[in-house]
Design a protein around this ligand. Sequence first.
Ligand code: PMP
Length: 305
Amino acid sequence: MQYPEWIWHNGSIKPWAEATTHVMSHALHYGSSVFEGIRCYRTPNGPAIFRLTEHNRRLFASARIYDMAMPYSLEQLNAACREVVLKNGLEQAYLRPVAYRGLGGFGLSAETPTDVAVAAWHMGPYLGEGVLEAGIDACVSSWQRFAPNTIPAGAKAGGNYLSGQLVAREARRLGFGEGIALASTGLLSEGAGENLFLVFDGALHTTPVSAALLNGITRNTIITLARDAGIPVVERDLPREYLYLCDELFMCGTAAEITPIRSVDGRQVGSGEAGPLTRRVQQMFFGLFDGTTPDRYGWLEPLEG
Ligand code: PMP
């Protein structure tokens, strides 16, 4: 990764190397951070941060779940996101706001300050070059997601990504592009860092928020665009074997965008290529950024807004 020059940290823009935190920071020991991943795209009307406010709202919701005081307002955080992209001279970027319990006291219940940073850098397709077209080979992980009464999957918290690391690293070690996890119920949950869509008979089926998953903003975008286009969308519990039976399968997330899955556990999905509905969803999604899909909901928040 090539680091950018500037980063926003605790209220001001600083050189990348100066945005440091103490080794005794609470978050480092106890996983107490909440974060977001947001993309800025080039559009015919100039660069726009996709659903910036929605992402930062989710950051505040994650902080609220963990009783973490946020020292900035939503507007201030939105402004920080814009500032760091502009300062680095980026147009296409991945943004990473993070709020974490910093240095102060010791122990799980210590009253620690919340430190906040926003980084932005150029990032291509998360799961590798060419995967948006060719798709990836996925596997079902031997690791399950956490049970709903243990760690809240609805918070995008640093600690949750221990689960994601087990799933993703196991998959890579076995030669797969990404891992898919089951929930503690044994039913399908989501990818290590992506939500899942299965296609049956021209309808999109996606796992429900009760299946130990992060309620993805890309997932919501796809559901909204599909329903507006008259494509049926069903949110439902799905058993593992449906991965082997569906006509098409794809993963989605801010980083992964819309990545087709061409096989699961070595079994070909559908034709083994991105299927027609997957391609249509990709077209609708990426069409938001080239202007071919109207931005009916004000999702494109101008960089210089
Ligand atoms: N699930 C997990 C575990 C994730 O980390 C992500 C990426 N943030 C997603 C789903 C997709 O969420 P979004 O579309 O909001 O990026």
